[in-house]
Design a protein around this ligand. Structure first.
Ligand code: SF4
Length: 450
């Protein structure tokens, strides 16, 4: 045991020293750093990731350009990001998560998503936040307790959803100050990012915004309201001028998929300073959600090809959470990589799956992870061998229907509860139509593996 501890301390020391070393001259020192990492880390520690990093450094392509863009960031923010994201979260944290998961036979997450508030300064069409009403919030002590408990489990990554999290920006900054070893990321509409908040981000160094953008000006303002696009552009300008890291989050639908997967949209994000672009498939969640916005199989296939294409040539980290599930082993919800706590405290397996058996005000995080619907996720993941069909709701609606009924999980939309049959019925035709395309794409991309 003592030997293990000494080894861990040495690894921690070597990795932190290596990260500091990298700060001095990344172009020259990055390959040397990889040699050091190979010496101190066991072969089975992130072998694939280490190989990829070596390839990026050697090829000097778009990913290398992205690495150099990261080196344009404020040095203090970058250093804290490396320590919190790479060391605390990915290395140290994942080892603790694994140990606790095995001991308890449950999932332990890499990240916890939480809604500080259900309030929002905008009223966007189709936003899941609208489903919860506008009166709820998690107070500071509850947010703090979630982070404290999470760290005991090895979770160092916290992601705010909502509502508009920046409505609570003072409390979010206090949490950054209190938990300097964690990385905090926030989905935001971007309209509350101003110079003063940028200065606060520079001071605490561990807060990264992911700004929602639904396309170009007309499409964005059509959904979010007049003038919002220009406010987002202004927020990006402020973040870029202050050398702060940020990304873009986009929900793609049958209406906007063409714009948000275009080269012009990629260029817009890169020129304005975004480092990552996260794409989310539209989910028909809520009694009033319309199915017409769900992409057709042809549209989803187009997204699949375009995101992969731009990932090869553009210096931005683009990820489509539905079509890229194969890179994370399928569905990541139910605590496998993350789970969601809404503004009332209900613990939900996924930000889109509003069914729960446990509330953070009544029980601990570890008990939440062992609650029936979380345990059902743990026992049934992956939900499909074809990971282009990863979701128990969208592509396998019969699965979610059964999980919710078997576990007695209740809907957490207090204004207008939606039955699991109502939700899953909306996905039946979609799942059926997508299956042939998904099977063909999967077969084409994995045929050499069999
Ligand atoms: S439940 Fe569906 S939407 Fe949520 S993480 Fe799993 S696959 Fe993605």
């Amino acid at each position: 045991m003592a030997e293990k501890k000494t080894k861990e301390i040495m690894q921690e020391f070597a990795i932190k020293k290596a990260l500091g070393y990298l700060e001095k001259d990344p172009e020259k020192n990055a390959p040397k750093l990889m040699d050091m990492v190979d010496k101190v880390c066991p072969d089975d520690w992130y072998g694939g990731a280490r190989k990829t990093i070596r390839r990026i450094l050697e090829e000097k392509g778009n990913w290398y350009e992205l690495v150099l863009r990261i080196y344009d960031l404020d040095p203090g923010v970058r250093k804290v990001f490396f320590e919190n994201f790479i060391f605390n979260s990915a290395l140290k944290g994942s080892a603790i998560q694994k140990e606790i998961a095995e001991k308890n036979n449950c999932n332990v997450p890499w990240a916890i998503l939480m809604d500080p508030t259900s309030a929002c300064n905008l009223h966007c069409t189709g936003c899941w936040a609208a489903e919860y009403g506008h009166q709820l919030e998690l107070d500071f002590d509850t947010l703090d307790s979630i982070v404290k408990q999470g760290k005991e489990l090895g979770t160092y990554m916290y992601i705010y959803t909502g509502g508009e999290p920046l409505v609570r920006k003072k409390d979010l900054i206090r949490l950054c100050e209190k938990h300097t070893d964690c990385e905090f990321l926030s989905f935001t509409n971007g309209t509350l990012i101003d110079e003063e908040f940028c200065q606060e981000m520079l001071r605490v160094k561990n807060f990264v915004p992911a700004i929602s953008l639904e396309g170009f000006e007309d499409a964005n303002d059509g959904r979010r309201g007049d003038g919002v696009y220009q406010k987002v552009i202004n927020a990006m300008r402020l973040l870029k001028e202050n050398k702060l890291p940020f990304g873009i989050s986009t929900c793609y639908t049958s209406k906007n998929f063409e714009d948000v997967s275009s080269e012009a949209f990629y260029n817009l994000m890169i020129e304005n300073g975004a480092l990552f672009a996260w794409f989310f498939h539209y989910m028909p969640v809520g009694n009033s959600a319309v199915t017409e916005l769900m992409p057709t199989p042809e549209q989803r296939e187009e997204m699949y090809h375009r995101i992969r294409h731009f990932r090869e040539i553009k210096p931005i980290f683009g990820m489509d959470f539905q079509n890229d599930a194969e890179f994370v082993g399928g569905c990541i919800a139910g605590g496998r990589s993350y789970f969601h706590i809404n503004a009332k405290g209900d613990a939900e397996p996924c930000v889109f799956i509003h069914y729960s058996n446990a509330n953070v005000h009544d029980t601990s995080i570890i008990n939440i992870l062992k609650s029936p619907i979380f345990q059902a996720y743990h026992d049934n993941q992956p939900f499909n061998d074809n990971q282009l069909r990863p979701c128990p709701m969208l592509e396998n609606p019969e699965v979610l229907r059964k999980l919710v009924k078997d576990t007695g999980a209740v809907n957490t939309d207090y204004q207008e509860p939606e039955s699991v049959d109502h939700l899953c019925d909306k996905c039946n035709a979609y799942a059926e139509n997508w299956k042939p395309t998904a099977d063909r794409l999967w077969e084409d991309s994995h045929s050499c593996e069999s």
